[in-house]
Write a protein that binds this ligand. Sequence first.
Ligand code: FES
Length: 130
Amino acid sequence: MTQTPTLFVCALCKFPAAEPGGGDTTGGQRLLDQLSEHLSEDIAIQPVRCMAACDRACNAALTAPGKLTFIFNDLSPQQAAPELAEFCRQYAEAEMGKVPYGLRSPAIKQATAYVLPPLVAEAVEGAIAR
Ligand code: FES
């Protein structure tokens, strides 16, 4: 069963010091705006309000049932969207979301902070039963 991957993006992240923004738009909102132009319709995008990594803006996480979870930080609000959208496409097509390291763009390699294993259904059911 294939389920739609979800990309969580912090809408409140500020612009990084090296990449000042202007006006009332946050860096996270700028990234969300940029992603809307690049992300395919088979990826759900979910804005969130703070991912508790405010000093590593911009922050995002990509996950899907039965797949790895990738957590990204230090994403450029102005430049990361095309490569992040491409990684989402690769992730959607890859078994368990395991995009080969050599196929990841330099920006994605640099921004990947954590990779978590998929939840195992039995472990989830066991945790619920406790
Ligand atoms: S404001 Fe984006 S992680 Fe806190």
